[in-house]
Design a protein around this ligand. Structure first.
Ligand SMILES: [Zn+2]
Length: 131
């Protein structure tokens, strides 16, 4: 049995609320990030450039949100499976403080650091052998 049942429910609520917020934001980004009208007669060149760069910004923002939404969905699935708060990698309990900071985290701090190191190492490797 998980040891922090009460706070698990709090995390569940936090995740569901964040999920809802992200969906609302994504929906509004989608509306504002509609394909840019390239109608010469109604828009000058400058405002068209503005519209395109706004669209790019909306896209960059939504990519980040989509990633976070994926993490939340995964965490909620994990929760439904009764495994919330357990590291996906080493299967040890994730410390409460870490879940407070990021309720969607799938990994304990050790695993996160190890995975970050591996990534950094790979990047190093690519940089050193890249040319
Ligand atoms: Zn771990």
């Amino acid at each position: 049995m998980p040891t922090h049942v009460q706070s698990q429910q709090e995390f569940f609520t936090m995740l569901v609320e964040e999920q809802r917020d992200i969906r609302i934001t994504l929906a509004s980004l989608e509306r504002s990030g509609k394909p840019v009208e390239l109608d010469q007669t109604t828009q000058g060149r400058v405002s068209r450039v503005d519209a395109i760069s706004n669209q790019h910004m909306a896209k960059a923002g939504s990519t980040r949100l989509v990633i976070q939404l994926d993490r939340i969905n995964a965490a909620l699935e994990w929760y439904a499976a009764g495994r919330y708060g357990i590291c996906c990698r080493c299967e040890l309990e994730i410390p409460h403080g870490r879940l407070m900071a990021d309720p969607a985290t799938p990994f304990c701090l050790d695993c996160t650091e190890e995975l970050a190191e591996v990534k950094q190492h790979e990047r190093h490797h690519r940089l050193n052998t890249g040319r």
